[in-house]
Design a protein around this ligand. Structure first.
Ligand code: DGL
Length: 255
């Protein structure tokens, strides 16, 4: 079984991309809604939550696990890969596959919109530089929480502010937080008013490809979805993106 996790609804974008590429794979999605958002938490807190989630997903017999959370990928997994992935190749994170995907598309300069936890690490700038690209990391701290809460005003304001901060001359914009593609329209609207040259890139297909490469595509096409606290946004998006109904969502605690 392929496990996928995030702080809440953002990673559903990656789960959907995996489902599209591998209709027969067995997927288990866990959103830690009780502790969302992750993006303003310290690296120590993220490490503790990551350990609890990995333990839980392994107990559910997930043999390959995708961190569909950039904050965890950048602040916890990339700095300590050997510790978390002692088996080798059993964990897929966001930053490496996203940078590879950008490179494959011929991108040279990119603005990466992400959480404060991700930007603090400089991991995107580093991974892009290793591939000969330049990345400007822009923290958009309030947005993931606003998406979880369904706060439309805050979403619009954060998207407008983020677009205004994209450096002149840079037109490729990577969603470096998996919550952001869920409100792509708000970015497009902000760009229409301010910066018509911007192209928004959702890295979910890049990461999905890497997940499938590691886990394969075989299974019975089962989809299990769990969260640590039921919320209306989680129920709505689990249905929209993975076709799972509210009463099918499992609620579990992290130990
Ligand atoms: N979706 C996650 C990320 O990609 C976490 C966002 C958050 O919970 O703040 O960083």
């Amino acid at each position: 079984m392929l496990g996928i996790f995030d702080s809440g609804v953002g990673g559903l974008t990656v789960a959907r991309a995996i489902r599209t590429l591998a209709p027969r794979a067995d997927l288990f999605y866990l959103g830690d809604t009780a502790h969302a958002p992750y993006g303003n938490r310290s690296a120590d807190e993220l490490e503790r939550l990551t350990l609890a989630i990995l333990r839980r997903l392994r107990a559910e017999r997930c043999d390959v696990i995708v961190s569909a959370c950039n904050s965890v990928s950048a602040a916890v997994l990339r700095p300590m890969f050997d510790l978390f992935d002692s088996g080798g190749g059993r964990i897929v994170e966001m930053v490496g596959p996203s940078a590879d995907g950008l490179r494959a598309q011929g991108v040279r300069d990119v603005a990466v919109l992400a959480t404060a936890a991700t930007c603090r690490t400089g991991m995107y700038a580093q991974a892009c530089a290793e591939l000969g690209m330049r990345a400007a990391e822009i923290a958009v701290p309030a947005l993931a929480g606003a998406v979880e809460a369904g706060d439309e005003r805050a979403i619009g304001a954060a998207a407008e502010e983020a677009v205004a901060r994209v450096p002149a001359g840079v037109s490729n914009v990577l969603f470096g937080c998996t919550h952001f593609p869920l409100v792509r329209e708000r970015f497009v609207r902000a760009a229409r008013a301010q910066r018509r040259d911007l192209v928004f890139i959702d890295p979910a297909p890049f990461v999905a490809q890497e997940a499938i490469r590691r886990a394969g595509t075989l299974g019975r096409g089962r989809t299990r979805v769990a969260c640590t606290k039921p919320t209306p946004t989680f129920a709505r998006l689990a249905h929209e993106l993975l076709g799972v109904t509210e009463d099918e969502i499992e609620v579990m605690r992290l130990e």
